[in-house]
Design a protein around this ligand. Sequence first.
Ligand SMILES: *Cc1c(COP(=O)(O)O)cnc(C)c1O
Length: 356
Amino acid sequence: MSKFWSPGLNGLAPYTPGEQPRQRGLVKLNTNESPFGPSPAVADVLRTWSIEQLRRYPDPDSTALRDALAREHGVRVDNVFVGNGSDEVLAHTFCALLRHDRPVLMPDVTYAFYRTYCALYGIAYKAIPLDSEYRINVCDYEQSCGGVVLANPNAPTGIALARTDIERMLVSHPDQVVVVDEAYVDFGGESAIGLIARYPNLLVVRTFSKSRGLAGIRVGYALGHMALIDGLNRVKNSFDSYPLSSLSVAAAIASLGDADYFAKTVAEIVRLRQLVTEELGRLGMIVLPSSANFLFAAHPACPASRLMAGLRQHGVLVRHFVSPRIENFLRITIGSEADCGALVRALTKVLSDQSG
Ligand SMILES: *Cc1c(COP(=O)(O)O)cnc(C)c1O
């Protein structure tokens, strides 16, 4: 607290990201990063990047990247907005498209940053409870509101919603924006991008941080009707003319150009997810059906906080949210095959120490 702060800052509770530990050698399964990293094509970009390019400001509209994304997703370039990570894209979305008189609807269990943006911009929200199996029920969203935001697959549950359910939401809210955050969709969800042409109220948000292994480069984007993209650009151009560095743009384009590497690494995560799901089941854990690059799992006889502390002692980092309804769950990123093995061994030890 400080007398110099603007009013409202005292009451603001910033989002807490997962720990980025200094200690080396930990098996880091707490922030849903890719164990494989980006395509080798990105390494080529970094190796050959010229100092001259760093001297100049980047293209303020990141046109080359927006062109590449338009081609990738079969939309027009004026349907594409890019930002410094999808977190920034989401922040601009709340400011530009979700700040209305009526509250924004969102699941009670979802990406915690949505509530943070509401607090930052003074937007009221209404949390709609997931059902008893932690699923989003679209009927619950058929009520008056200022907009809807959800993650599909949802975070941190990992459970995906069918595209027909997203479409129902779009139909029942023709005068509000429905934001679908597809940070994890490449790992098994059904994308809503195909609905953009028919629904001017749909905004799909994506990131290079998870399936493309580029969390450090900070690139995210949104796809939607031109009017929505124009609104985002108004906020962006009143905030930062150059949110994406020229290097980030080149790295992202190189990543998009290597479809084989992308398909291969995503398929490997999906394969390992199946194996780890089975192993955790054998250890007596309840695992929600995941369409993401992480599992959300609880043990009926061992509190998540104790499991997390035990795993940490064995050098394995996972994420625990102290939050209603999910405090007994751990969110565990699918790492490399070696990481997954280390996780299962550590968990086996922690659980046997616990029962012994
Ligand atoms: C990781 C994540 C993001 C943020 O991604 P960045 O592009 O790295 O900012 C957005 N939404 C959800 C649901 C996420 O899990």
